[in-house]
Structure formats: structure tokens, C-alpha cells
Design a protein around this ligand. Structure first.
Ligand code: PMT
Length: 421
């Protein structure tokens, strides 16, 4: 058994969950892989959702769960996109049904279509679990043999008392054994020079770069218990930070208050107010090559902060005098060429109307290289959502993207940043 489960920085694992009682064990496998440093995406059959619900997967991966072949817009084909993204794929629990589909090449749902769409050489790990008679059925055993002949790695089920109370082979292998099989496959692929090589090193265009990302809201204190804030969850900025780290960058994430976990490989600096965010961002920018300001920074802050809780009976709460905060994005843009360096600064613009025109004005006013204009009026976009609808507004014009997950927006944005660099 492998002991080192800590060195897989950013390797991409696609976890296909199928409908069996052991689906809950897939949650533990996901956690072990995440702790080992893997980026994990999940696709689930509809049947599997009866065992482990959508909220669990979305909560653990911070991404929408895909279950439907046709649940997409015209710009993305989820089974092809997910298959191309993965360095390795894991099927757990692998039911008799999904193994039969794999053996025959059937593609009638998202999981089976994704498995069929895996590029040659991508390691496929399958951990079966089912009733002992289903496991021993000649059809299943023939399918197992077929999969093995195609270099699919099987983490064999173990004997024991099964959910149906039968005793025999069919119990899902131990979580650690399954995770180890995936990690071993990733390491072998990384060592190999062939098409199965892990994509991360090749996709590390930001290696050696320092990327600064601001994310989340700021809280501007009125008194010790009250503050001015906004609805930013931090998801957009965190997705950018995570993707930049996956691409090999050193990443400093200056984050306002959020409920999100620090992405793997990212150094987070926690701040509360706009003034603190300014100081942290300016300090990190000293040796940064790229700054991406996704935070929703308060434009105004109370002129005076009371040192005690204001009483509504005898103190003024209906009028709060405000002063403008310092514009972090504008300041970073103004200093980006200091010392003759060529650095890239990207701002966001949360807009409710005249998106492109307002973003173009902001591009000029703030002096940055690119504005990500964010339509925050749509139900599938903006504050707190998992998806976003944005346009890239630069000196060369406006590129409107379809609605994408925030991770996909981050991927597209970092492609664009790489071009600007
Ligand atoms: O966090 P999520 O819930 O995922 O939501 C994402 C988001 C909607 C917050 C994000 O996509 C977004 O649009 N961020 C910018 C929000 C915003 O404050 O926009 P703005 O138009 O007010 O500011 C323009 C730019 O100036 C932004 O890059 C902002 O970070 C920056 N700014 C603003 C004020 C200030 N004092 N300093 C700044 O740096």
C-alpha cells in the first residue's frame, strides 16, 4: 500500500459515482484524494443521487454537479470537456451496469458517455461493489476480463457481509486502497512519456510567476457590531487562485471575510476592511507578475468608527458620514511598470446595465490591462452563484463568454492572462 498521499499537487481526477449503496464511500475517497492535493471533479448518475445527494458533492467540490448529458449550453459538451480535463478517472462504486456499458462502449448517460470519451492513455480506475451473485455472474466476470484487457485498473471488491445480508465477494475495497490505486496511476502517468502523462506539468504556463488575487467582500466597521458589506462569497476569486496554483504559479490570495477553504497550494492573507485589503495587496504586488482584482471592495467606508455599540435611542444611526476608500486596482495599475517591469493587472466590473460601455470606461479610468465585465443581474451570474456570465473587455475589444462555472471562467481568464504576459 502507498504511504505518501501528499504529493499530487493539482493532478486532476474525475470521480464518476454510480448508483449503489457504497456511493457514500465515494465521498471518503474524494476527501482522501483532495487531501493528497488532487483537484477532483465529480459526475454522478441519476441513480447515484438517490444514495448521495447533489448538495454533498457540490459542497465538497465547490462546483455544480453534472448528471445530465444534455444539461449544457451550446458552447460546452460536458462529457468531452470533463474527459479531456482529467489526468485520471475513477469509477466508484462501479456497478455491474456501468461495467457492462464500459465493456460494450455504451454511452447513454453522462457517466458512460464520459468514460467512453476518455482520451487514450488516461488511466481508468474502477472499484466495483455489488451483490455477490451479480459479481459472480458470468456476464459480469466477462466484462471484468474485457476491462482488464484494456488496461483498466480494477480495485477488486472484498469478501464480507453485504448490504443485502448475503455474505461473499462484492464489498467495496477499502477507501485507502482505492485512493492509492488512483495516486499510483497518476504517478506512473507522470513518469511516463506517453499520452497518459499527467497534464499538469505541460499545463504550467504560470510556473515561476507570482499571481496576486483579491477576493470576497470587505467589511467597513460602523461600530464594534455593525458594518457595511456586500454579497460577495469569494467563489470567483478563489476559483482564479486555485486555477493559477494548478498552472504552477505562486499565488497570494488576499481575501475578505468568506466561508471558503484555502485552495490547495495558495497562500491566503485574511483581511477585513478595504484599507487592510489595500495594504495586503500592495505588499504582495511588490514581487508579483500578475494581479487579478476580483474582490468586491467597498467604495466607501464610515468616516468615524464608534468605539462602542451605537444606541438607537440617543445616537445618530440614520446618518453615517462616509469617505471614499482607496482604489486598489487603480493603484496597482499605476505602479505595474515600476522598475521597467511588464506586469499584467486585471480588474472586474460588477455591472447591472450598459455592461460593455461601463466596463470600457472602467478599463480607461483604472488603467488596467483587462476588465472582466460581470453581469450581476442574471440568475446564473454574479454574487454568490456557482456560475458566471462575463465579457473580457480589453484594448482589442469585447469578448462575451457564455455562462460558465466560475472555475471555467478562471480557466479562460488565465488563458487570456498568459497571452497578455
Ligand atoms: O465573490 P462572488 O460571490 O463569487 O462574486 C463574484 C463578484 C461578482 C464579486 C466578482 O465577479 C466581481 O464582479 N468583482 C468585482 C466587484 C466590484 O466591486 O466591482 P466594481 O465595479 O465595484 O469594482 C471594479 C474593480 O475595482 C474591481 O476589480 C474591484 O476589485 C476594484 N476596486 C473597487 C473599489 C476599490 N476601492 N478598490 C478596488 O480595487
Amino acid at each position: 500500500m502507498l504511504k505518501d498521499r501528499t504529493q499530487m499537487d493539482g493532478s486532476r481526477v474525475l470521480l464518476c459515482v454510480c448508483g449503489g449503496i457504497a456511493a457514500y464511500k465515494a465521498v471518503e475517497v474524494l476527501r482522501v484524494l483532495q487531501r493528497a492535493g488532487c483537484a477532483v471533479r465529480v459526475v454522478s448518475t441519476e441513480g447515484a443521487l438517490r444514495f448521495v445527494g447533489r448538495a454533498t458533492w457540490e459542497g465538497l467540490t465547490h462546483a455544480p454537479l453534472a448528471t445530465d448529458l444534455f444539461d449544457c449550453d451550446t458552447s460546452s459538451i460536458p462529457h468531452v470537456e470533463n474527459a479531456g480535463w482529467a489526468d485520471a478517472v475513477l469509477v466508484v462504486p462501479a456497478t455491474a451496469n456501468v461495467m457492462a456499458k464500459m465493456a460494450c462502449g455504451l454511452a447513454d448517460d453522462l457517466v458512460s458517455a464520459t468514460l467512453l470519451a476518455m482520451p487514450a492513455g488516461t488511466p481508468v480506475v474502477v472499484a466495483p461493489a455489488m451483490n455477490v451473485h451479480m459479481w459472480q455472474a458470468p456476464a459480469t466476470q466477462a466484462n471484468v476480463a474485457t476491462l482488464r484487457s484494456r488496461d483498466v485498473r480494477l480495485v477488486m471488491p472484498v469478501p464480507g457481509r453485504l448490504a443485502c445480508d448475503d455474505v461473499g465477494e462484492g464489498k467495496l475495497a477499502a477507501v485507502e486502497a482505492i485512493a492509492d490505486a488512483v495516486l499510483e496511476a497518476l504517478r506512473e502517468a507522470a513518469d511516463a512519456d506517453g499520452p497518459g502523462a499527467v497534464k499538469t506539468p505541460d499545463a504550467a504556463p504560470l510556473a515561476g510567476m507570482h499571481v496576486l488575487v483579491t477576493a470576497g467582500p470587505t467589511h467597513e466597521a460602523i461600530d464594534p457590531v455593525r458594518y457595511i458589506a456586500n454579497a460577495s462569497s469569494g467563489k470567483m476569486g478563489y476559483a482564479i487562485a486555485e486555477e493559477a496554483a494548478l498552472r504552477g504559479a505562486r499565488v497570494t490570495l488576499v481575501s475578505g471575510p468568506t466561508a471558503l477553504a484555502v485552495p490547495r497550494g495558495v497562500e491566503r492573507v485574511d483581511v477585513v476592511s478595504a484599507a487592510q485589503m489595500h495594504d495586503a495587496a500592495v505588499a504582495a504586488f511588490v514581487d508579483a507578475d500578475v494581479a487579478i482584482c476580483a474582490a468586491a471592495v467597498a467604495d466607501y467606508t464610515p468616516k468615524f468608527v464608534a468605539d462602542h455599540k451605537l444606541k438607537k435611542a440617543n445616537e445618530r444611526l440614520d446618518v453615517i458620514e462616509l469617505v471614499e476608500t482607496v482604489d486598489i486596482l487603480a493603484e496597482l495599475s499605476a505602479t505595474k511598470r515600476a522598475g521597467g517591469r511588464r506586469r499584467v493587472v486585471v480588474g472586474f466590473a460588477a455591472e447591472t446595465n450598459d455592461l460593455a460601455r461601463n466596463a470600457q470606461a472602467k478599463l480607461g479610468r483604472k488603467g488596467c490591462d483587462l476588465i472582466v465585465a460581470n453581469d450581476v443581474t442574471r440568475a446564473d451570474s454574479g454574487f454568490g452563484r456557482d456560475t458566471n456570465h462575463v465579457s473580457f473587455v480589453g484594448a482589442d475589444g469585447v469578448e462575451e463568454l457564455p455562462t460558465l462555472t466560475k472555475h471555467e471562467v478562471a480557466e479562460r481568464l488565465l488563458d487570456r492572462v498568459a497571452e497578455l504576459l
